[in-house]
Design a protein around this ligand. Structure first.
Ligand SMILES: *Cc1c(COP(=O)(O)O)cnc(C)c1O
Length: 563
């Protein structure tokens, strides 16, 4: 950061998780991957940004499957091996203690534009100055109890703002990626001398903070938002701003970080059109914009497909919109690139129980996501007889993957059930569970399966992004109408819908899923008439060209940052 442009203000992008590299465990799932893709697009496009997150030295966890159940192993990493230690330290008051916050600077860059990079600050309390308990505050991503998570959010929000100041990084706007970082806005209020303000003085300070802050909400249900008992918040945060202000800004019966962010951010958005609508209904009176998510095109396109694009569509990685031209690329090249990815994936999958039965002549359905109730991982298996009958007529196989949060018991039961169904279907429908879903496995899966399955209970999938990654690789989606798919869906062209828009009935969804497989998806895949190649190219041309993070970041830049 020692070039002259370093003095220009940046967008400070705060996120509890950021997926920096495949094997650096500073993320748990979609939110972190999105934040990482945002950083990668900022580097490619030269948008002056700085990411702020926690070091998460102890990571999320590594998943192993033992006797049909998830087993969690620690996934730690050493920041010193990948990042530069910052010379500054700042102090934050948490409860009655002063906690020192140091950090690391990690440079994000991509091979699309090797000369450019974006710094990410990884905050770290593991310092000799701190008491043992506080040293572990930045270790575990979404770990431990409510008090621990609130204290992490103080480190992220308050510590993050102070660190940027200590580093002399001027900030044009603060972007809050989900409510976890909302406490940063309280620090901005305090800086303006409004820690105990009321009346007109408070209004003026709030107005000034709102101009500085942009908030992206990702959760479509009230229960999904981070909430705490007021008493806990006052104990931990009382040193920052007075209790009356915390009550006033944190909303209702419990202190709600989304409410706080809505009160203190002047520009707010949901992550797909439908999600913005849902959020407006949830939070009447707020002007909620819609910026549909996207994925970093180069990161999520398989190497064989990259070579095809490089040859026919130079500069696609800088301007993924150009992928609309893929329709004129010879079918055989796209099909061959995908076949290479399929081969690699089936080779990987062969190492796991049941994997020996996988064959490239069967259509491969892929389902990989966080294992939790609303994603309904069992929908495809709701009628095993029907699934068997389908596979007798049209050879079919299934790859599944996903972690359940260590405290999500129903999520863990979904994994156990998937493994049980895999056993019951053995010899008829090969079903293989690939352990330890993370970025590197996701890259293989989205590129190597034939169809990407998505079965959330609507409207709970705010956006979803894995189907966008699949689209870049010519893999169509078979999905419930929710999140981004309402915008990306063209029946029989980019993929297929499961059920009708607005329907929440699991029975009807399952019936529709089997019907679509039987009458549309499997016949098209098994037909040898070029139909499938056209579907693959349409997924790339219509969805890969649009649902990428370059487009997403340009929209934030034009509408939220520099408008
Ligand atoms: C993309 C991605 C996600 C998010 O996928 P959804 O479709 O939003 O469920 C989660 N985990 C990993 C590892 C990913 O790469």
């Amino acid at each position: 950061m020692d070039d002259p442009s370093a003095a220009l203000p940046r967008i400070a992008y705060f996120s509890m998780e950021i997926a920096l590299e495949d094997d650096v465990p500073t993320y748990s799932g979609g939110l972190g991957v999105l934040a990482g893709d945002m950083m990668r697009s900022a580097a490619d496009l030269g948008v002056r940004m700085v990411g702020v997150t926690l070091a998460s030295r102890a990571g999320y966890f590594r998943q192993e499957i033992v006797d049909g159940h998830q087993v969690e192993h620690p996934a730690s990493w050493e920041p010193a091996q990948r990042a530069r230690r910052l010379a500054c330290k700042v102090v934050v008051t948490i409860g009655t203690r002063e906690v020192w916050v140091g950090g690391w600077e990690y440079e994000v860059s991509t091979s699309c534009r090797q000369t450019a990079s974006v710094p990410v600050i990884l905050l770290d309390t593991d310092l000799p100055e701190n008491r043992e308990e506080d040293r572990a505050l930045t270790h575990f991503l979404y770990g431990q109890d409510a008090s621990y998570r609130l204290r992490q959010e103080i480190v992220l929000g308050v510590g993050g703002v102070r660190m940027l100041h200590a580093l002399g990084i001027p900030v044009h706007k603060y972007h809050l990626n989900e409510g976890h970082s909302a406490l940063l806005a309280l620090e901005l209020l305090r800086e303006r001398g409004a820690a105990a303000a009321s009346g007109r003085a408070l209004e003026l300070a709030v107005e000034a903070v709102r101009v500085q802050c942009v908030f992206t909400t990702h959760t479509p249900v009230e229960a999904g938002h981070d909430q705490y008992e007021h008493q806990l918040v006052e104990e931990q945060l009382g040193g920052l701003v007075v209790a009356t202000l915390l009550r006033q800004l944190g909303g209702g019966a419990r202190f709600n970080l989304t409410r706080l962010a809505l009160a203190l951010c002047g520009w707010v958005n949901g992550v797909a059109d439908r999600h913005a609508e849902t959020s407006r209904a949830l939070f009447p009176g707020y002007d909620v914009h819609a910026v549909t998510n996207g994925v970093h095109a180069l990161t999520w396109t398989s190497l064989p497909m990259q070579l095809v694009f490089d040859h026919h569509i130079p500069k696609w990685c800088h301007e993924p919109e150009l992928l609309v031209r893929v329709l004129s690329v010879p079918d055989a090249e796209v099909v061959a690139a995908h076949a290479q990815s399929r081969q690699r994936l089936l080779h990987t999958a062969a190492r796991y129980p049941g994997g020996a039965a996988l064959q490239p002549q069967r259509m491969t359905l892929g389902f990989a996501r966080r294992m939790t109730d609303y994603k309904r991982p069992g929908l495809l298996f709701s009628d095993l007889e029907r699934l068997r009958a389908l596979a007798r007529r049209w050879p079919l196989q299934v790859l599944v993957a996903g972690k359940a949060h260590p405290h999500d018991e129903p999520g863990k039961r979904h994994i156990a059930k998937l493994l049980e169904w895999a056993r019951q279907l053995e010899g008829e429908v090969p079903v293989v569970f690939l352990p330890d879903y993370g970025v590197s496995l996701a890259r293989q899966l989205v590129a190597g399966v034939d169809v990407w399955l998505n079965t959330p209970l609507p409207p709970l999938e705010a956006s979803g992004t894995s189907g966008m990654k699949a689209a870049l690789n010519g893999v169509p989606s078979l999905s419930v109408l929710d999140g981004w798919w309402l915008e990306g869906w063209e029946e029989g062209v980019t993929g297929w819908a499961i059920g009708a828009d607005g329907d929440q009935d699991a029975g009807r969804h399952a019936a529709s899923l089997y019907d679509k497989l039987e009458t549309a998806v499997l016949p098209a895949w098994h037909a040898a008439d070029g139909r499938w190649a056209h579907i693959m190219k349409s997924a790339i041309a219509r969805n890969g060209s649009y649902f990428n993070s370059h487009r997403m970041l340009r929209r934030y830049a034009a509408e939220a940052y520099w408008n």
